[in-house]
Design a protein around this ligand. Structure first.
Ligand SMILES: CC(C)(COP(=O)(O)OP(=O)(O)OC[C@H]1O[C@@H](n2cnc3c(N)ncnc32)[C@H](O)[C@@H]1OP(=O)(O)O)[C@@H](O)C(=O)NCCC(=O)NCCS
Length: 436
């Protein structure tokens, strides 16, 4: 039995993510290797949990090792050109068999509901279908790829309909052509095209390895698409499935998917850790910066309150009501880290050419990484834009921090009248000023 306090804290900490993910569409790719693995049932439990939490799930599975196994049984080997399988008649038969078996296996595991199992009561309905239209890859560099195809169109309306009904949509890497032919597709490409056409919030690619720098061996926690392109160009030793995932991620982001996550499928619970904890465990790729400093908007108020309430309770910040935030929201700036507010501050214009810095807070997990400095820099710029020439701060416990950044001790009498009136003498905060 885990320590009940840590369990309660962990559960509470995950609640912003539960709210944020509900009714969002996530497309998750996992390779045929995951299906062969003994741990498949754990992955399926995690899918079931995501479904129970109201996430609209599209699962795309691969079948590469299953095709290889079947060919081997017939003493045959696939031909590859540029890492792509050339699908001849024999291989196509293996593709059909593999897709059917894998699909049935996943459907079986998703249907499990015996008492005392993690799937008990899950009641998941799974839908598969001809949602992907394909066309042949054709002849490239003189090589005829035969039944290897590429995605031509995704029936996104039909997939959305199924998701609206609460179904989990399960897609195999197959595509059908209007002329009645079947094509073998890259599962990563299918997942990326589906995520793009559904305008999914997230595309999650479960790979064989973590995405880490070959030089330092360190996990790359986040990258913009520009950084991802640089990595592909400069780290050619990256593991093949990781390289393929990064390329899919770049394409997905450029085609409108907000966030692409690359997760090592060997980490038990990687999906849950990535989606419901502050820093995750995989690599997040996005076309925009992952963490931005920006003016606050009304929808940030719950996040700001989450951040400042503990500091208000400790008496470090003065209490600010939701109404106060609503009225003064234009004074606030925040640091937004992938949708979470991790820092904030405000500049309240007080009288002509004077302003008060207030409500400065950086979440404890993110302190000591110059975020406080960055907020102050932004406020100084904002102050200059508003022709403010003197800044005030009232502090009980952060006096030195301000002084190290050029603020000076000042007298109560130097405070503008309006601040003198609202000054809480019991709190006895030090008056600090900085002339710009
Ligand atoms: C003060 C605060 C905003 C700084 O945020 P931050 O992102 O850690 O700031 P930076 O990374 O730019 O600066 C970190 C430096 O400030 C120091 N520092 C942090 N809090 C301090 C304090 N109360 N007094 C003096 N120095 C402090 C750190 O020790 C660190 O210095 P070091 O690197 O030499 O050890 C953050 O600690 C915080 O939110 N504190 C609680 C709320 C608060 O006090 N708000 C101010 C109300 S007036």
């Amino acid at each position: 039995m885990p320590n009940s306090d840590s369990f309660v804290n962990w559960f509470r900490d995950s609640s912003p993510y539960i709210h944020a993910h509900r009714n969002r569409t996530f497309v998750i790719y996992f390779g045929g290797e995951a299906v062969l693995d003994d741990t498949l049932h754990n992955l399926i439990h995690d899918f079931a949990l995501l479904n129970s939490l109201g996430i609209r799930l599209v699962l795309v599975h691969g079948i590469r090792p299953q095709i290889d196994q079947r060919l081997k049984l017939q003493n045959k080997q696939s031909q590859f050109y540029q890492q792509l399988r050339i699908t001849d008649d024999t291989a196509l038969q293996c593709v059909k068999e593999s897709a059917g078996l894998v699909r049935i296996e996943i459907e079986t595991l998703l249907s499990l509901g015996v008492a005392n199992s993690p799937m008990s009561g899950a009641k998941i309905s799974v839908i598969s279908g001809n949602f992907v239209t394909a066309q042949p890859l054709g002849v490239l560099d003189g090589i005829d790829y035969q039944y290897t195809g590429k995605v031509r169109r995704i029936d996104s309306a039909a997939i959305h309909q199924q998701l609206d009904l609460g179904h989990v949509v399960l897609i195999s890497p197959l595509g059908y052509s209007p002329s009645g032919e079947l094509f073998n597709l890259s599962a990563e490409q299918v997942a990326t095209e589906i995520a793009t056409s559904l305008q999914a919030e997230k595309l999650i690619l479960m790979t064989e390895q973590s995405c880490q720098s070959t030089e330092s061996g360190q996990l790359i926690a986040q990258m913009t698409t520009l950084e991802a392109e640089y990595l592909i160009d400069h780290e050619p030793q990256l593991e093949a499935s990781t390289q393929c995932a990064i390329q899919s991620a770049i394409y997905g982001c450029q085609s409108g998917v907000n966030r692409v996550h690359i997760l090592n499928r060997h980490i038990d619970g990687a999906l849950l850790i990535e989606l419901f904890s502050r820093d995750g465990i995989g690599t997040l790729i996005s076309s925009t910066e992952f963490e931005i400093i920006r003016p606050a908007v009304l929808s940030d108020i719950p996040g700001i309150l989450d951040l400042i309430t503990p500091l208000q309770q400790q008496g470090i910040l003065i209490p600010r009501s939701e109404e106060h935030l609503e009225i003064n929201i234009n004074d606030y700036i925040v640091i937004d880290r992938d949708g979470l507010i991790i820092a904030c501050t405000a500049l309240h214009p007080v009288e002509q050419h004077a302003g008060l810095i207030a409500c400065l807070a950086v979440h404890p997990d993110y302190q000591k990484a110059t975020r406080g400095n960055q907020l102050l820099e932004q406020l100084l710029n904002k102050a200059k834009q508003h022709s403010i020439t003197r800044l005030f701060a009232l502090s009980t416990q952060t006096i030195l921090w301000f002084k190290e950044r050029g603020f000076q001790d000042s007298q109560f009498s130097t405070l503008p009248a309006v601040l003198q009136e609202s000054y809480n003498h019991l709190r006895n905060a030090k008056v600090l000023t900085k002339d710009l």
